[in-house]
Design a protein around this ligand. Sequence first.
Ligand code: KIV
Length: 281
Amino acid sequence: MSVVVRAGSLTPPQFSEQKGTTPLVCLTAYTTPMARLVDSHCDMVLVGDSVGMVLHGLPSTLGVDLEMIIMHGRAVRRGLERALMVVDMPFGTYEEGPQQAFCNAARIMRETGCAAIKLEGGKTMAETIAFLTARGIPVVAHIGLTPQAVHAIGGYGVQGRGEDGDSVRNDAASVAEAGAFAVVLEKVPEPLARRITKDISIPTIGIGASPACDGQILVTEDALGMFAEFRPKFVKAFAELGTAAADAIASYAQEVREGRFPAAEHVYGDRAQPVHQGDAA
Ligand code: KIV
């Protein structure tokens, strides 16, 4: 397996340079078709470990492993030309220490062709971030609500309210100092995210954070309204594809049961006729 550096794609330094200019647009993708859809609109495309919950029906991101994230990373890679591709490091693949993190991050980069990795954690991950960046692995940090720590935190609540804000600010300063080229701020109060964005030199990417962040990220399926029954406050559905898909599937089922599909235009005659491209008469 070889790493292909795409000539036209945004690099981590170019991404960082956009801090304080035009807001950075980031979305997730787990498959080639979704990567193709989002590529021309995005500065960064993240192969998030949210894939475990969104596509595999897992109860949390903890069940995602290297094989799963690499398989999705390779699929996404085939769909991207322009956006910076970042892949999440799964739970248990980097927390032991810098060496473990380096081996697994290098494997992810080698096997997916991504340009950077993302890992969760602030101050406690600073040493690892410094180790990786010193060895050619660009890192996006992820602080505030860190879903891989759901059990330790005790849920998916907002992080950094009141006096806890200092700890999130310290995390932001630590990961920037350690060499991360961007940091995701998840579910932190708006004024705190605004302040951190002002304080640190690297772009902040908000999810449930603040419009003042240097960029925004959403899980694409959330932005498309795939899950009408699960819509946290920070999600805006820019379409209602979940309802549209359910309606389409119901129509298909009804037409099959009533013998209305396939109709004459969907079946083949026994004589050769002019064919549509990619079709056979
Ligand atoms: O896994 C993921 O998709 C993420 C984003 C929501 C930031 O970490």
